[in-house]
Design a protein around this ligand. Sequence first.
Ligand SMILES: [Zn+2]
Length: 147
Amino acid sequence: MISIETLVCKDEEECQRKRERWEHLQNRFCAIGQRELDMFRARMGDGKHKILCDKHFYKRSFERSISEADFKEVLKCGWVVERNKTAKATSIMLLGYVGRNYRPLHIVIDMVSENLWVAVTAYNPQSHAWKWNEGFDKRVCFCNPDD
Ligand SMILES: [Zn+2]
C-alpha cells in the first residue's frame, strides 16, 4: 500500500526553486531535443535509423495498458517536453495525447546513437498528476526524481 502522503509534493518551496531552474534549462534543451526528433523522424524510413523498445518498456507498457498504437501515435505526433543527459545516454521525453479520450502519454527515449534510439519507459502522467502542470508538459514537483 502506498500512503497518501507520498502522493503529494513534500516541499513546495524547494520544488518551486527547482521548477524555475528546470524551466530555464529545458527552454534551451527541449528545442535541441525537438530538432533531434524532427531529424530522426525524417530519416526513420531509410532502414538505418531505428527505435527499439527495451524489456523494461514492454513490461511497463503492458502493466499500464499502453498499446503499440499509442506508442506509434506519440512517436509520430508527440513533441519533446524534456531532454536530459545521464551517464548512460542523452534522453528525450515525448508528450502526446492518444486514443478517443486524448489520454496524455509520456515516452522516454534514450538517444543511444545517431541512428539507434531506445524507448525505455512510457506512462500516463495523470498517474502522478501532482508532478506536472495541467498540460503535462512542465514539471512542477521534483520530490522523487526516480519517476
Ligand atoms: Zn515536490
